[in-house]
Design a protein around this ligand. Structure first.
Ligand code: IVH
Length: 659
């Protein structure tokens, strides 16, 4: 290697590192993107020429390859604790009183107030100035090694000017605009959409292929340091981290007096919607590290910090129309079309009205001004109508007499909330039923999203599930928005789904009241589709866990000739129609679970699946019948309810031991 080349290579690396920092961390670029690209290219060429000089912290090596099957576990050097929550000023005052009581003086307690970024906590370890490891929080004690994915985030420095070992923690998140753009492109490609920016960030960080993560617009704010003994206060540590090149949230404020915190709370109540990313509250931390040490921590939370969570927001808007949607089982749901309004970080144009009774209860009419709120996370809900001063209103809402999709008459059974279209050939139901058949928990046919299915049904290629298995590449190529490769992928997924087995098949049929659990019980009891087709009402009644409503629904389904013929056609396609292995364990038999908050090492879906497999049940709300509430991070009101009803609450760890 020539001396010049070596010097040039070092210089380019240093310069690129500096410009990455100016651009991604300080938001203050000094050179054009073009010049940056030229320098990167030159460095790449030099590195190609001298591969022995390539180092892992080179700016050209942000994107690595694929991880093996799963991420390696990382035991955290310092536990990654969570935060205790407060929801109003009274609770926050109590927190301060505890601090005063424990520290014995109020004059000297300073607080640092930070935004609580709604993303994913991660930890980064540097040794000898080089980023050597990045991990998720996991259960707080053990996380996962996601170094390759974190290195793709350009605002994370790969090298810092600090020789001693240093661990920093922060929140990885996705900006709202970037999230919207990502979901748009996923929609076009018929890929499942992310529910919110946090899920998108979490999903992106846990991809096994870091080249995909590199294309996801992730960012980070650093909010804590591990080696506290080197600093006297939190604020000081953040200043140092900032000068080392870490991205620290610019809104972080040092409060000399506790009372100053209230002003900041008021300010962010409205302003939190004006920034580019989701903030679900504030974090209030005792500034002095000596004080923090005296206060210590429980095994879950530090005693020196607390979050202040904002109430979910409301917005007012106008109902432009009320339409009715037809679901998979023919249920007809009234939906309000709204004048678009910005609510908790996204624009809302429709809200579910649940059913006829709910519309009547709220007396919602076209033209009304209403208050909407996000229930859970994505689906907004109308919570009340604002009374008009002049009393002038539109007509009372009436359910349609016929199905809005197929114009057949609709009916509402006694004791049921929903009106239903009972026409099995209703096209709206057909599409929903087919989507359900292909869904992940049923036959798991990947690459078959609503846009493709719509075309398959409209073109007449698919009229019932068995038709999926006759599809050929030539049938798919002419479809819109389906590239050759995706068409082949779809064919492959369809073929693969033949192996799904009886339980998934039964669930995929979408028979009323037959969820995953009942489907698994049926598969276990009948072991083959033929046996199930031959079954009598008595046989079904004799199964312990199958109640009269389900028996009735199953009998109605199987005695309908159209249904049994369609099933025979399906089994002729070579699907596995026997039970794969016993799908039902019984260690959680009869136990009722509610899942709340974000689980770190599994999705809620997989937790649910596991519970069902072990014979338990999962419901969405906590009641006296609930046996266990599994609480992840940020659990919300369900946890409060569980405590009130004295229902046993399990941490993710405890839950994992149980299963
Ligand atoms: S401090 C030991 N500061 O919120 C203190 N956390 O609900 C724990 N979070 O797991 C973290 N913004 O992932 C802290 N400015 C901030 C934060 C923040 C977001 C997350 C973090 C933590 C979760 C707790």
């Amino acid at each position: 290697m020539s001396v010049e080349d070596k010097k040039r290579l070092e210089l380019l690396r240093q310069e690129l590192q500096k410009h990455e920092r100016l651009y991604y961390v300080e938001d203050n670029p000094e050179i054009s993107d073009r010049d940056y690209d030229w320098m990167t290219k030159e460095l790449e060429e030099l590195e190609n020429k001298y591969p022995e000089w390539v180092t892992a912290d080179s700016p050209t090596k942000r994107v690595g390859g694929k991880a093996s099957e799963k991420f390696a576990p990382i035991v955290h050097q310092y536990p990654m604790l969570s935060l205790d929550n407060t929801y109003n000023v009274e609770e926050l005052k109590k927190f301060h009183e505890r601090m005063v009581k424990n520290l014995g003086s109020d004059k000297d307690i300073e607080y640092v107030v930070e935004l609580k970024i709604d993303g994913l906590g991660v930890t980064l370890t540097y040794d000898n100035g080089v980023l050597i490891q990045g991990a998720t929080r996991g259960d707080g004690k053990v996380g996962e090694d996601i170094t390759a994915n974190l290195k793709t985030i350009k605002s994370i420095p790969l090298r810092i000017k600090e020789k001693q070992k240093l661990e920093v923690r922060g929140e990885v998140y996705m900006e709202r605009d970037a999230f919207d753009a990502l979901n748009k492109s996923r929609q076009v490609n018929d890929e499942p959409l992310f529910a919110n920016p946090r899920n998108a960030a979490a999903g992106s960080l846990r991809l096994l292929d870091s080249t995909i993560t590199a294309n996801r617009p992730l960012n980070i704010f650093i909010y804590n340091v591990g080696e506290r003994e080197r600093f006297t206060s939190h604020f000081e540590s953040l200043e140092t981290l900032r000068s080392l090149g870490f991205r620290i949230n610019p809104e972080t404020i040092l409060c000399k007096r506790f009372e100053d915190v209230f002003e900041i709370i008021d300010k962010w109540e409205t302003r939190k919607n004006e920034i580019d990313y989701d903030v679900d509250g504030l974090v209030i931390k005792v500034n002095s590290f000596a004080f923090q040490d005296r206060l210590g921590a429980t095994n879950k939370y530090p005693r020196w910090a607390v979050s202040y969570k904002y109430e979910p927001e409301h917005a007012t808007t106008v109902v432009k129309d009320i339409i009715c949607q037809v679901g998979r089982t023919g249920s007809i749901t009234p939906v309000a079309l709204l004048e678009p309004v910005f609510l908790s970080g996204s624009t809302v144009g429709r809200a579910t009205l649940h059913n006829e009774d709910e519309v009547k209860r709220l007396d919602i009419r076209v033209g009304d001004e209403v208050v909407v709120k996000k229930a859970g996370e994505i689906i907004p809900k109308v919570i009340k109508v604002i009374e008009k001063k002049d009393g002038q209103r539109g007509d009372k809402f009436e359910m349609p007499k016929e199905c809005p999709e197929c114009s057949e008459p609709i009916s509402r059974e006694e004791g049921e909330a929903a009106w239903r279209c009972v026409n099995l050939y209703c096209p709206a139901q057909l599409k929903e039923r087919l989507l359900h058949f292909a869904s992940r928990d049923a036959m798991d046919i990947d690459h078959l999203g609503p846009a493709i299915l719509e075309q398959l049904v409209d073109s007449g290629l698919v009229k019932e599930p068995s038709n999926f298995y006759d599809l050929k590449l030539e049938d798919l190529i002419p479809l819109e928005r389906l590239a050759d490769k995706s068409a082949q992928n779809l064919i492959d997924s369809i073929q693969k789904s033949k192996e799904a087995g009886l339980a998934r098949l039964i669930y995929g049929l979408g028979i009323r009241f037959v969820g995953q659990r009942v489907a698994a019980v049926l598969a276990d009891n009948f072991s083959d589709l033929d046996n199930l087709l031959k079954t009598s009402t008595e046989d079904l009644e004799s199964i312990d866990e199958i109640g009269p409503k389900i028996v009735e629904s199953l009998s109605a389904y199987f005695t309908n000739e159209e249904n049994s013929d369609a099933l025979r056609r399906l089994s002729e396609k070579g699907l596995k129609t026997n039970v794969i292995k016993s799908q039902v364990g019984d260690s959680l038999k009869g136990k009722q679970f509610v899942l709340t908050g974000t689980l770190e090492t599994m999705t809620r879906d997989s937790a649910k699946k596991k519970i069902l497999e072990l014979g338990g049940r999962v419901t969405s709300s906590v009641s006296a019948k609930t046996d266990y509430v599994v609480a992840g991070t940020d659990p919300g009101s369900k946890l409060a309810k569980a405590k009130k009803l004295e229902v046993k609450v399990l941490s993710e760890d405890e839950f994992k031991i149980m299963i």
